[in-house]
Design a protein around this ligand. Structure first.
Ligand code: TXA
Ligand code: MG
Length: 322
């Protein structure tokens, strides 16, 4: 099918209240018409997501800010001008067009213009807003390929647009801009330093309102995830192997090479590569029947902050379940 007819079919599916998975630069999203209550209900049901957890509304251009939000502060406009299309979600006061089903009842809305040609084609052809969480079941690892979406959601998704592997690999930075407040609610590719460079002041971290759904335990594979320092990888692997576990290791190549008794889940040299392959590596661990993933977090610089955040949540999930 040509890309144009694929987009046309996906638009028809959205208009009919169906669910369309689509690629973005961060992770794949599971999209529904943000103004169709039945479609939103089905979206939450398929995700297995509590209805008070808001979803991001994806739009095709920055100009949509004023169609979906009210009282938009200059900070939000400046960040949109600089980073959209891109891996940034802006939380602002919701306008009347926003369904409270999409915001989980909140008076704010998360808006994002993703930077992926297929996503932009879809959003511009559809014209409206597409409510889309990451295309995984609640609490699981976000998918970064169309194949991962297929395996995760099967027949529960009506259509999947395949745009290849996602280049960023971890979810967008969420920044709340309401009144005078500027706060990073979830770290991502757009760092606090990048935000400070645009606004001339550093954002708060965490903010006055947490992002509902950013639970301490999240983004978790079936395998248990253990975080260790580079110097302790070898002893951790030996201890786990001697305990009868099948072990995988994840980290920068300099930190994890040359271990005989563990499966190397990814070979990455830079922190950007680490972010790009993180979720695919965690999925691969489950497919290989790995019991424990020994992960060495990268330095807390740039997107490394987001990788550390997701690894910490994956590790917390394991300690809660087991
Ligand atoms: O990169 C991404 O952001 C991906 C792609 C598909 O765009 N989407 C994504 O969606 O990660 P999801 O639903 O998995 O995570 C969205 C997060 C949730 O933690 C939610 O609480 C937060 O965004 N969020 C959405 N609207 C919000 C709002 N009005 N106030 C605070 N947090 C909000
Ligand atoms: Mg998600």
């Amino acid at each position: 099918m040509s890309p144009a007819s694929e987009i046309a079919r996906a638009v028809a599916t959205l208009r009919a209240g169906g669910l369309v998975a689509f690629p973005t630069e961060t992770v794949y999203g599971l999209g529904a018409d943000a103004e169709n209550p039945d479609a939103l209900a089905r979206l939450f049901a398929v995700k297995g997501r509590p209805t008070d957890h808001p979803v991001i509304v994806h739009v095709g251009a920055s100009s949509a800010l004023d169609e979906w939000a009210i009282d938009v502060p200059d900070t939000a406009r400046e960040l949109a001008a600089q980073f959209w299309p891109g891996p940034l979600t802006l939380v602002t006061r919701a306008g009347p067009r926003v369904s409270r089903l999409a915001t989980g009842g909140l008076d704010t809305v998360g808006l994002r213009v993703p930077d992926h040609p297929l996503a932009l084609d879809l959003l511009r052809a559809f014209g409206g807003g597409v409510a889309a969480p990451s295309a995984n079941r609640f609490g699981q690892v976000s998918p970064t390929t169309a194949d991962a979406v297929r395996r995760e959601l099967g027949d529960d998704v009506d259509r999947i647009l395949d745009g290849g592997p996602c280049v960023v690999g971890v979810e967008s930075t969420i920044v709340e801009c309401t009144g005078d407040e500027v706060a990073v609610l979830r770290p991502g590719r757009i760092t606090s330093e990048m935000i400070e460079a645009v606004l001339g002041r550093a954002p708060n971290i965490g903010g006055t309102t947490r992002a509902p759904g950013s639970l301490p335990a999240h983004y978790a594979p079936d395998a248990r995830v253990e975080l260790v320092a580079a110097a302790e990888v070898e002893s951790a692997v030996v201890r786990l192997r001697d305990g009868g576990h099948r072990v995988g290791v994840l980290g920068l190549a300099a930190d994890v090479v040359g271990l005989d008794s563990a499966v190397t889940l990814a070979t990455v040299v830079t922190v950007d590569e680490y972010a790009r392959v993180l979720y695919a590596a965690l999925r691969a661990a489950d497919e290989m029947g790995i019991d424990v993933v020994v992960a060495v977090p990268p330095a807390a610089v740039g997107i490394g902050i987001a990788v550390r955040d997701r690894l910490r949540r994956a590790a917390t999930a394991g300690s809660v379940q087991r």
